[in-house]
Design a protein around this ligand. Sequence first.
Ligand code: ADP
Ligand code: ADP
Length: 218
Amino acid sequence: MIELDALTKRYGGTTAVDGLTCTVRPGRVTGFLGPNGAGKSTTLRMVLGLHAPSSGTVTVAGRVFGSLPRGLRHVGALLDAADVHGGLSAVGHLWALARGNRIPRSRVGEVLDEVGLSSVGKRRIGGFSLGMKQRLGIATALLGDPPVLLFDEPFNGLDPEGVLWVRGLFGRLAAEGRTVFVSSHLMSEMENTAEHLVVIGRGRLIADESLTAFSARS
Ligand code: ADP
Ligand code: ADP
């Protein structure tokens, strides 16, 4: 469960996130919809503990930001898939993360299998396509078997088959009782993906309702 209460983030004169209050429940896929620049990535970074809120609070699994245990066993995230050290192999990258997060090495093979990258595990990430980088980012999110998972624009760079695969994966993760929060700037990507939607614009909450209810109104 993720609880945001009047969550606000300012960068100088820009208010990226403006008094956001909502609850993201476990056991279903929640979409995080809003145009580019709406404040989705900034919100997800605060949930991850990478950025401190300017005001308001973010609570994950009952723990307020600051007292939140960091690391892949608590919250897993796909943030910016392009932002991975290209010199490493996929296996090397995941081994390093596993070691740093006290996750057994055996998980690396499991998650590579799960995202369909087993056959290219030894190859340098620098040569990966965007879709392969997305899959590797998803493997990173899954590595620590966390109860809360954040996916920022996960469909970018995926081919149609990849889109179907990732939708199925999100559904399975939610069915296991996890909190799955998926951002996108496209309503079309939310259809057949999310059961519930949190919609934002200019950092503010626009809607927090089922996808069916939101579709019926817009
Ligand atoms: P989204 O993920 O919905 O596209 P972002 O959270 O990336 O939106 O950005 C929200 C707003 O905050 C934008 O106006 C963006 O330019 C601004 N912003 C994001 N990160 C920074 C930063 N590090 N410094 C200054 N402004 C930022
Ligand atoms: P280091 O301390 O060696 O930088 P970190 O574990 O802090 O290692 O982070 C390594 C990479 O993993 C960074 O790109 C960071 O943004 C990313 N990262 C850190 N925590 C998470 C997380 N919970 N989910 C997904 N990626 C994460």
